[in-house]
Ligand binder design. Sequence first.
Ligand SMILES: *Cc1c(COP(=O)(O)O)cnc(C)c1O
Length: 384
Amino acid sequence: MRELIIDLDAIVANLNRMRQVAPNSKICGVVKANAYGHGMIPVAKRLEAEGVDYLGVADIDEALQLRAAGIQAPILAWLHDFAEDFHEAVAADIDLGISTLGQLERAIAAAKQAGKRASVHLKVDTGLSRNGVTAAQLPALLDRAITAQDAAEISVVGMFSHLSLTSREDDHAQIARFEAALAEAAHRGIHPQLRHLTASDGTLSYPQAHYDMVRIGVALYGLSPYSDHASKDYGLTPAMTATAKVVQVKQVPADEGVSYGYLYRTKAPTSLALVPVGYAEGLPRVASGAAKVWVNGSSYAIESRIAMDQFVIDVGGASVAPGDTVVLFGDPAKGYPSADELAAAADTINYEIVTRMGGRFTRCYLQGGVKLTASEAGAVEAGA
Ligand SMILES: *Cc1c(COP(=O)(O)O)cnc(C)c1O
């Protein structure tokens, strides 16, 4: 009764679109956080089949899940527990983002234990102040890396950083600091093949900063990384359609209170349709009174309180029946509300909307006009 329909062909079209945007760079398809709610394994399998150069995740656990599902593409993981043991990751050929000297030491130890080189991407903090080494810490990290590389314990495959997208001026300052870090590495004889800096936003804004690889997340899912631009402005197609079936319709008189706290009272005799999606599914409660949904070609505001499992819409005199499909958001080119609109109604960004979709939704996948269940599309967990 609740379904997230994931259009894998749209994801491929978005991949190809971003290949046009960054024609001379490899693409790292970012599939962290369950592929932003789209289902990590089916998305990763399709990206691999389409020849994506790398897959990017935050946690090693996510990378290991990809390997367990049979994915052979290069994978980079960059956010580690403070005491992470990298042995399993090195054994599974997962590239490690390295943000501290301690991580580098543990990567070296893991390489010795696994009897093979660890592939590392040194992360420099160029001004986001999240992970990565500062400029002051960089020389020591490079010195240790070159020693370990000469000892055949590691390969410095990459160097990378991440932009804040605060202003063009701030981003240019970060690009300059990245250049300085690369020069510092080159000075010590480290010439990584994969220099990478930009995510979707920076890739769209700064062609001069594409380097050897770009890390693309939200744009793969067809969403704009900028809230003042829509998907179509970049030639992207939203890949997720969130749907549910109406479970009950009833006639009520005027002045009936609807849902908790009576944010809404009927103005006239009308029909109320009950939709089995709530904040447990990731529909933000704060969007009560502001979000709109689509039913049978018309748009209806969710005027009453969104509850844990359900919400109610006033469909007036329209003929809406149990079993009719409600679209919470999808591709606006098909007339559906967009994830951007729901994000605006919830005072957040489209990233958060799709990434939080879950709860009791099941996912299905569209591929070549065929609708596949999650397990047919390769997800390991039922309903994943
Ligand atoms: C999540 C993430 C990305 C992808 O960002 P998008 O804006 O979704 O393209 C790229 N790089 C890093 C380090 C990330 O954490």
